[in-house]
Design a protein around this ligand. Sequence first.
Ligand code: ZN
Length: 450
Amino acid sequence: MGKILIKNCAFLSTMNREREELKDIDLFISNGKIKEIGRNIAKDGKLQVIDASHCIVTPGLINTHDHLFQSLSKTVPKAQNASLFNWLKILYPIWGRMNPEQIFIATQLGLSELALSGCSLSADHMYIFQNGCRLEDTIEAAREIGLRFNPTRGAMSVGESAGGLPPDNLIENEEKILADMERVVQKFNDPAEGSMLRVGLAPCSPFSVSNDLMRETAQLARSLGVGLHTHLAENDEDVKFSLEKYGCTPGEYIQELGWVGPDVWHAHCVKLTPKEIEIFNDTATGIAHCPCSNCRLGSGIAPITDMLKVGINIGLGVDGAASSDSSHLLSEARQAMLLQRLTDEGKKFSARDALEIATIGGARVLGRNDLGSIEIGKRADIAIWNLKELSLTGAWDPVASLIFTGPHHVKNLIVEGKLIVNDGELLSIDSQSIIRKAKKSLEQLMESAN
Ligand code: ZN
């Protein structure tokens, strides 16, 4: 594996425990790890040298919630102004028609956008498995792009006729779901330090799976030593469904099912009550905060300032492109900061708070203590941002300006010590060919909708 020397970083935000920021500093990477941080580091032999004298250097950003298959369903007209349940009902049939090739190209499209926005590790939540689609379609797509990947095997098992939200033709048999969950973990999950691929288990939501499947998935995940993920308390409809069907709030519901603990992270949690926040805190359960999606669907403002205050692990997620229309993780961090400012508690939610949930916060949520900050011994996932941009010019505080101004694209992205983006271009794959293939898949999907 190669060696990279990043010379003269104008500003380096470590995101270590003290949020230390360094100036005019070098960074040496070897064998996928951060080996040295200091002034005037000199190295002989074969290595790549990057001049960062006009750059801000941060840890690679971490995306804790996404549905990459949705990258081909941005701005679907009927779904543009819908709230969660109606939005899902409009989109389920479109997603249900996707084939493996379309899932593959949608995943590459989403991951490419993420890479160019500084993301080095993305989670994914695929939950519709029709027409021969498998988790493999996303895993193979991610391998080609070169990002670290944390796909989760999702599922829907309760259709409309049984009181669920999805149409009956999109649900799967629960025995088959559990068997496939076990198969993909055995086949792909790599628990080692520095892993490029970890697999989690993720029944879709309380309104599309049964209690039994939730319980059995938790048991299976724990026997296999992998993470658990689902959607929770996303909006008022979601809470109402839980109260009417289960007689308790979403937080109480998941506690009862064993879906709490440091190995579990829930997406959204917009409507958690103080009592539910206590449950999350007592059990070290993580949260994926998705502010753009929450705004787009009018779901509400997640009380993340309160949650961070008590010490809950919070990461950031772009959610699927059908509800955020974008996979720009740095921009998502900006949205998180701006949205908190609308709450009484979040008036002082800072740019550095936003950068923290986008980096080390996400690493904690995904159980990755080898990632999320720039420290000696951690894996070398690094984002380098060019200060010589019009929008970053005029800023008094360059690190804060990454979040306040923008959105910006990354200049260089390093994942596991390997350059994935150079001078704002993807190295691993031709982005023009992704655009061509994605356009073709989009046309097919649109035709099949007529
Ligand atoms: Zn989601």
